[in-house]
Design a binder for this molecule. Structure first.
Ligand SMILES: [Zn+2]
Length: 252
């Protein structure tokens, strides 16, 4: 993959035709981003469905269809289906989904959180040689970035740079330091510190994680240990990680 964060997003392993479809999809997402901002400016809220943008904010409803979508916006699963028009894109503000998940995630990841996503561009090989599904994300702040599968694991792309990603994830962690559902923030933030050669901050992060660990509370809190093993691995403390794993094995 190259040029993830520039205007000219291209996937090096894609054919010219697939890159052309990607380019047209990104143009659609830009239009959708502008349309959503217009809607929000006028109504102080986001629409329940993307189709509500048409025609006032999105003149041509063909822009709701990704050229790489073989089903042309016809959703095969009954979940999250726009009731008015064929739509290729996943919309994260539909009322049920937003209340259940997105409200909290948006609060935590702020406006870097995606609002619209396209998942029709197939798979690419990830860093560990596994095939992962490509997501083209449009964020609440109207920027476009590519991630593989879980966008939460791509903070640099989300925030548009490593220092911005560190600031974004530090802020996120201050909001939910003890919530095990967001322990992934510790794992991603320590990777960012290591990439930025901020080893002292990485050490401090492990200390603050240890202070919120409650491994004996109940069996589910084993994930505290798993997170700690991961943090230790990232900073190269393999022996400590291994002894922790052995301890885990004994108590499980
Ligand atoms: Zn697309």
């Amino acid at each position: 993959m190259k040029n993830k964060m520039t205007e000219q997003i291209e996937i090096s392993s894609f054919s010219n035709e697939d890159n052309e479809k990607l380019k047209l999809c990104i143009e659609n997402l830009k239009r959708l981003g502008n349309a959503l901002q217009g809607y929000e400016r006028d109504k102080n809220t986001f629409p329940e469905w993307l189709s509500e943008l048409h025609p006032t904010y999105l003149e041509d409803n063909n822009h709701l269809i990704c050229p790489a979508d073989k089903d042309q916006g016809i959703q095969l699963l009954p979940y999250d289906v726009d009731p008015n028009l064929p739509v290729s894109y996943s919309y994260d503000c539909d009322p049920e989904y937003y209340e259940r998940w997105m409200k909290k995630e948006r609060h935590i990841y702020s406006d870097a959180n995606p609002i619209v996503r396209c998942t029709h561009h197939g798979n690419i090989e990830s860093d560990c040689s596994l095939l992962t599904n490509l997501h083209i994300n449009l964020s609440f702040s109207n920027s476009i970035y590519i991630s593989e599968g879980d966008w939460r694991k791509f903070p640099v792309e989300m925030y548009g740079g490593i220092e911005a990603a560190i600031a974004g994830y530090e802020r996120a962690l201050r909001l939910v330091p003890e919530d095990p559902n967001f322990f992934n923030l510790y794992s991603e933030l320590i990777r960012l510190y290591v990439r930025a050669n901020r080893n002292e901050d990485a050490e401090k992060l492990i200390k603050s994680f240890k202070s919120v660990m409650k491994p004996n509370e109940n069996i589910m809190r084993f994930r505290d240990y798993w997170t700690l093993v991961d943090l230790l691995k990232v900073i190269g403390r393999y022996e400590k990680a291994l002894s922790l794993l052995k301890r885990l094995q004994r108590i499980s």
